[in-house]
Design a binder for this molecule. Structure first.
Ligand code: SAM
Length: 185
């Protein structure tokens, strides 16, 4: 079976919007940013992280692949995304938690994740997709998991489609919440 992050990439790859603007709201070492920038249909990728070293690593990774010109790197919290992104988003990913092999204390926090996800949803264009990768296996991730898994159920089905993708026989494994905007409000 594929890892959830690879399933997230499949979903992003299948968004049927040409020349779209995308965002990686937790770019870390740049795995998701590089993936998005590699897609031909992608015009621009906004990449956020609060860790300078992580951003530098990502800049190096996209540069080596020849995609630097397609990316805008932002050293700031994703909760401030509306200060940087004015265009409608075709797709976006929040890969929550902390950097693998990095400082586990520098993790996404529910109180800012919540603000950021709400702002990102507002910025999404019709048929755009927002993907949350949730890690319930650590304390902050558990809080994000409890909150977002209930929150998606409250989104009006006339405007949004929401799907959860998770392992059913492995309790604390990472999972996806995928939101498609069906129409503008
Ligand atoms: N997508 C990354 C990759 O491909 O390597 C992995 C992301 S890692 C699970 C989560 C990242 O979120 C960390 O690099 C962390 O610094 C970042 N982060 C934490 N709080 C943030 C915030 N408020 N805004 C933006 N990034 C944040």
């Amino acid at each position: 079976m594929k890892k959830v992050v690879d399933i997230a990439h499949d979903i992003l790859k299948n968004i049927n919007i040409e020349n779209g603007i995308y965002a990686d709201f937790t770019c870390g070492n740049g795995y998701d940013t590089c993936f998005l920038a590699s897609l031909e249909k992608v015009q621009k990728v906004y990449a956020f992280d609060i860790q300078k070293e992580a951003l530098q690593q990502s800049i190096q990774a996209v540069s080596e692949l020849g995609y630097y010109d397609k990316c805008r790197f932002i050293l700031d919290g994703h909760e401030h995304l509306d200060q940087y992104i004015t265009e409608p988003l075709a797709g976006a990913i929040f890969n929550f938690g902390y950097l693998p092999h990095g400082d586990e204390n520098v993790t996404t926090l529910l109180h800012t994740s919540r603000i950021a996800v709400q702002k990102a949803l507002k910025q999404l264009q019709k048929h755009g997709m927002l993907i949350l990768v949730i890690y319930p296996g650590h304390d902050e991730g558990k809080k994000e998991s409890c909150y977002f898994s209930e929150w998606v159920k409250t989104l009006d089905s006339h405007y949004y489609s929401c799907m959860g993708i998770r392992m059913e026989n492995k309790k604390e494994s990472p999972y996806l919440l995928v939101i498609e905007k069906l129409r503008n409000q």
